[in-house]
Design a protein around this ligand. Structure first.
Ligand code: CA
Length: 232
């Protein structure tokens, strides 16, 4: 993975430099650009393994790039944005971005997000293997989940929801995304379904439901399922 190139799309020179210096230091290949037009050209002409995308760019909104990329590729996209505007983030995630990080960000946080994106990519490519996430183990082939090595009793929807969370661990998921993927098209606005099932799952796997360590609420956006990974 590390041999693939990271495409940096960022017009703020200081942020771009910081990213470049960091990637140099950690041995990631990269190319950078400050606009959408060149980002598309670079994407088509290089083997890009990850895109770091700013939203406010001189020739448009970075969000416009996401559907263009998604038509042809599942390459991970991490939004880097100063605009802590929930609607922008939700739109970006719903149109296919994998994660977001707010400016100003710490380098260790950025690197952790990048590693998480790459790990997920591997997990999704090896979905037939059991996935271990802290005390949870998804046995995808047999449609069961173990918690602390014991069979976890789940209804079909609970199983599908927990499986979706485990497969997408450490990723911010919007309410609409989860509803669409787990319940199906047409359920995107059934927020109450999701809330109830999250409550049920929390009862089954969280030690302290008021301070969940697995199913974290991303206020106003959705949920992030954490695998006991301390850096995230
Ligand atoms: Ca910008």
């Amino acid at each position: 993975m590390i041999s693939q190139t990271i495409l940096i799309v960022e017009d703020d020179i200081s942020v771009r430099k910081l990213l470049e210096i960091t990637f140099d230091q950690y041995g990631y290949n990269y190319i950078s650009t400050d606009n959408i037009t060149n980002a598309i050209i670079n994407f088509k002409t290089h083997n890009i393994g990850l895109i770091i995308l700013d939203l406010g760019l001189p020739d448009g909104d970075g969000k416009e790039l996401i559907p263009i990329i998604r038509e042809v590729s599942k390459v991970p996209i991490i939004i880097v944005s100063a605009r802590y505007d929930e609607n922008n983030i939700i739109t970006a995630l719903d149109s296919g971005a994998d994660d977001y990080i707010k400016k100003p960000f710490s380098i260790s946080e950025l690197l952790a997000r990048i590693r998480a994106v790459f790990r997920r990519k591997n997990t999704q490519e090896n979905i037939l293997d059991n996935i271990i996430c802290s005390d949870l183990e998804l046995d995808n082939e047999n449609h069961v989940i173990y918690f602390k090595k014991e069979y976890l009793k789940l209804t079909p929807i609970e199983y599908e929801l927990l499986k979706y969370f485990i497969i997408n661990a450490n990723k911010t998921l919007t309410h609409r995304q989860i509803l669409k993927e787990v319940w199906g098209i047409g359920y995107q606005n059934e927020m109450q379904y999701l809330r109830s099932y999250v409550n049920i799952l929390r009862k089954k796997i969280e030690e302290n439901r008021t301070k969940p360590s697995y199913i974290k609420t991303e206020s106003g956006i959705g949920y992030r399922f954490c695998c006991g990974n301390k850096e995230l």
